[in-house]
Design a protein around this ligand. Structure first.
Ligand code: AMP
Ligand code: MG
Length: 271
């Protein structure tokens, strides 16, 4: 049976209309999925412990998606499986003046996970191909060059022992409207709303095209993209937990074997 990661993995040219945001491949019942997810969260906890002890490999999880697609929700509900000591979360916003004065990977490379650790990118270097595409800030040749730079950069991370998992949270335009309306209606969520969300929503079709191009050009063997159907929050959380668990299990981090003179050490403790 195909794993969730295999089912959602991008291969070849992406057309988003071929990917249904309401789909739930590999899971049909929300309660059973929640149960399987909890088991996976426990495995993540154990595998991260081993990753830290091993101290050689690292894990980078890249979250991308339209506004309200659930990047923050995932961080709250799934990424909490990681021990905060050994996991950094990096939200990437519009570049500051200092960031903008450097090459676009400067702030990104700085945030890449050191050996033994996990890093989660809430938005990423992909903003640097998406936003220029949508707002026509760069020509197609310059954007093409950035895809190449990104692929090379990710290959370099992989070579160093960093596993790169890229997740596109795919919601429908209709679902986004519901979530933005809910944001406006809910006194506790209202602060999250910005008029900027509406102007970006107006560019929905261009964002789709920008994502199609980036997912097509930058899904590689060393850093594959996954398209996670995200209209159903339960499925989104379930699928991401499954993909992360599988990746960590494949990395197979091993606690270093210690050859200690146990009897002598214990005798000293018991003295
Ligand atoms: P949020 O994730 O809702 O807090 O919003 C962050 C905003 O920063 C989004 O509108 C992103 O498109 C924007 N952003 C992040 N990185 C970049 C970038 N490299 N270039 C332009 N805009 C960016
Ligand atoms: Mg936002």
């Amino acid at each position: 049976m195909k794993s969730i990661a295999q089912r959602l993995r991008v291969r070849g040219r992406v057309r988003l209309r071929d990917w249904d945001p309401r789909d739930t491949p590999g899971a049909s019942d929300p309660d059973r999925a929640a149960k399987r997810m909890r088991t996976n969260l426990e495995r993540i906890d154990d595998l991260q412990y081993r990753l830290h002890a091993e101290g050689r490999q690292s894990l980078l999880i890249v979250l991308q998606g339209m506004d309200t697609s659930g990047k923050d929700g995932l961080i709250r509900h799934v990424m909490t499986a990681f021990n905060p000591q050994g996991c950094n979360i990096w939200p990437f916003k519009v570049p500051t003046a200092e960031e903008a004065a450097h090459d676009f990977l400067w702030r990104i490379h700085h945030a890449a996970p050191p050996a033994g650790e996990v890093a989660i990118f809430n938005r990423s270097h992909y903003e640097d191909v998406l936003v220029p595409y949508v707002h026509r800030l760069l020509g197609s040749g310059e954007i093409e060059e950035r895809y190449r730079i990104i692929n090379r950069f990710e290959a370099q991370l992989a070579e160093r022992g960093t596993r790169v998992i890229k997740l596109f949270l795919h919601i429908s335009r209709k679902e986004q409207r519901e979530r933005l309306l809910a944001r406006l209606d809910h006194p506790l969520k209202r602060w999250k709303f910005s008029e900027h969300d509406l102007s970006e929503r107006a560019s929905w079709r261009r964002y789709e095209r920008a994502y199609e191009a980036a997912l097509t050009r930058c899904s590689t063997d060393h850093a594959p993209w996954h398209i996670v159907p995200a209209d159903h929050k339960w499925y989104r959380d379930f699928a991401v937990a499954a993909i992360v668990t599988d990746a960590l299990a494949e990395m197979d981090p091993r606690v270093p074997k210690m050859r200690l003179p146990l009897a002598r050490l214990k005798a000293r403790l018991l003295r």
